[in-house]
Design a protein around this ligand. Sequence first.
Ligand SMILES: [Zn+2]
Ligand SMILES: [Zn+2]
Length: 116
Amino acid sequence: MFVQPKVRLGNKSYTQTELQDYRKANTQRYNQQVRHDSRNKEYTTFYNSTQWRKLRIQVLTRDNYLCQHCLAQGVVNDKDLIVHHKIELKRDWSKRLDMENLEAVCISCHNKIHEK
Ligand SMILES: [Zn+2]
Ligand SMILES: [Zn+2]
């Protein structure tokens, strides 16, 4: 029977096949990381854009500077507001500037939304 020569890495030894899989997994992890980072950069640029800053104010004005989730519970809350994307950027980039997809929420409601 053919026995694959083993390669020692640290205190483990691997066959060529195992090493190939190992390298493949590493490359995949690396690519995911790079893709993730460039995506993040895209989001940061978006959140820093004048377009977004203006739209944010429009949404806050439309929602009377009140957390829409607290309001639904009958609570008037105008503290720590942020503008939330109902459909997140990473799920649908085209809805990032859609007023219908945006709402004013407070930080604690926002945390609850994203906990789900
Ligand atoms: Zn709230
Ligand atoms: Zn959000």
